[in-house]
Design a protein around this ligand. Structure first.
Ligand code: SAH
Length: 359
């Protein structure tokens, strides 16, 4: 099935329309008052009618929305025109505004062993409209619930998929969000497994916006990282260190916008040896911020293979977690801890999965 972007659909409908007409439509999609194409009063009635008939206002539709017991996290399963499904999450952030977590692919090819999405395999890339509309979906959701805080202040690419494996669509999404929302570049974070060729590409790309980047490091020991993340390779840590230095040279002012993520797995990557390896690595690359992530349990499915059954991860014990954190701090490494949200509705990091039979 060929997926047409909104722009392609628009051009098919109105081949002779001047370029500003499409921009006008795109702007309307982000209007806080418009609910449909019919509301775009500065467009001709005929145009509005045709748009309403031929193009959907949202490229995704709601299948299910779950709310966490604390009411600070919502997870939506949404469906696209080809019936494929992804999940998107809305979380209350420290400023009591909302952060939207978007998916960039249906499934993921990276197969990280501790991540639920990694177990789905890869189905397809999302087009920019489908990623942008996850943010619009939550905007509409909030507008329908005036008692909730209304402002979406941040977007993180930490849902399903590897954003840099879908480079062009993610870049387009960033440019649309930056153009049509009040979110600036520091309010958007792209999280990546660390695809070195793509990291190099964005560094050389004048059109890649200076959004925040988070690299899923998870271990500064090459063997451990390879076990956790099959996409790793022996020279990865060295390549990442070289890239990080280039990044800092090129964008010195962006220093604070690069983070390394580190999911804490008991006895796998939280030992003294791992702490020391991480300290050495952090010093080598110029002290990037390390964000420690509590491991979120992945609900087991009946389809689980015998091999996977043996390979069940557990999150670091509280004492080990604290010790690891303290060891880094004492060595002068900047370290933060991620709050876990929405784990009761399987909306937390690494828990997003859509059953294959449904997707
Ligand atoms: N593909 C991107 C986005 C993944 S999700 C990436 O690899 O960065 C965002 C973060 O959640 C990543 O750091 C990912 O490694 C982490 N994560 C995956 N599974 C997790 C789990 N079960 N518990 C906690 N964090 C997890």
């Amino acid at each position: 099935m060929v997926l047409l972007t909104r722009e392609e659909q628009f051009r098919k409908l109105f081949p002779k329309a001047p370029a500003f007409r499409f921009r006008q439509m795109e702007e309307a999609l982000f209007s806080p008052v418009f609910k449909s194409f019919a509301d775009i009063s500065n467009m001709s009635l005929a145009m509005r009618e045709l748009l309403t008939k031929e193009i959907s206002w949202l490229a995704i539709k709601e299948v299910q929305v779950l709310e966490s017991a604390k009411r600070d996290t919502f997870k939506a399963v949404v469906e696209m025109v080809d019936q494929k499904r992804v999940e998107t999450v809305l979380m209350k952030n420290a400023r009591a505004q909302w952060t939207v977590c978007v998916s960039s692919q249906v499934g993921c090819a990276m197969a990280c062993t501790f991540c639920a999405t990694g177990k789905m395999g890869f189905t397809r890339n999302l087009i920019a409209d489908e990623i942008v509309d996850q943010v619009r979906f939550w905007n509409i959701f909030l507008r329908e619930r005036p008692k909730l805080a209304q402002r979406i202040s941040n977007v993180v690419f930490m849902g399903m998929g590897e954003p840099l494996a879908n480079y062009e669509n993610v870049k387009e999404t960033l440019s649309v969000l930056l153009a049509h929302t009040d979110m600036g570049m520091t309010r958007i974070t792209v999280s990546t497994v660390g695809l070195i060729p793509m990291l190099r590409k964005l560094l050389a790309d004048p059109k890649w916006p200076a959004v925040r980047l988070a690299v899923s490091l998870h271990s500064a020991d090459a063997v451990t990282r390879q076990v956790m993340m099959p996409s790793s390779f022996p020279a990865f840590l060295n390549d990442l260190a070289v890239w990080t230095q280039e990044y800092f040279e090129k964008f010195d002012s962006r220093r604070r916008h690069l983070t390394f993520e580190y999911v804490m797995l008991s006895k796998i990557n939280d030992t003294e040896m791992h702490a020391q390896a991480l300290i050495t690595f952090a010093r080598k690359v110029g002290n990037v911020r390390i964000n420690l992530i509590p491991y979120n349990f992945i609900p087991q499915t009946s389809k689980r293979s015998a091999e996977q059954a043996k390979n069940v991860y557990r999150g670091s014990l509280p004492g080990d977690f604290a010790h690891f954190e303290k060891t880094l701090e004492e060595a002068g490494v900047t370290v933060t801890r991620r709050r876990t949200m929405g784990d009761d509705i399987a909306a937390a990091c690494g828990q997003l999965i859509v059953d294959k039979s449904e997707s």
